[in-house]
Design a protein. Sequence first.
Length: 174
Amino acid sequence: MSQSDDGLRPPVLSRNASPTERDAKLSEVKAKKSNQDECDSHTQLQSDPADSKSIALALERRLKLPKRELQRFNGNPKYYWAFMKAFSSTIEDRTRDDEARLVYLIQHCDGETKRRIEHCTVLRPNEGYGLAKEISRKRSGQNYMVARAFIDDLITGPTIKMAIRPPYPIWHKS
């Protein structure tokens, strides 16, 4: 499509055109430009169907969903995998900068976990971020640790008392 027939050239108006005519033409040009931008972004999204994450992110931005909040991680193994999954979708998928990822990881950790990974900032970004994730996984995310944390909660948690009577009436046939 050449520039002359794309409909985005400034309208030719006579010098005697009224302000309302100018406003009408300007609105028409803006509407065409907006439609063209929407078509371009739709075409861009369709050009790489394998990149579903970028499509989802683009749609999410368009829908203007509420901002996601990432909970802090305190080192409790019960919450490790939930935290890492949320961190991945909230931070990792939105930036390729390992230095920024490391800063966000440190920022969203508390206590012992935070103290153990803070030193990773002195390494190169990709090494520091990888090491910080590995340290937190080894300290909180190993399967036996997660299982043990849940088992401990079951053992030390409140006892479940049996009901004195069944929760429903028992009818006897005579």
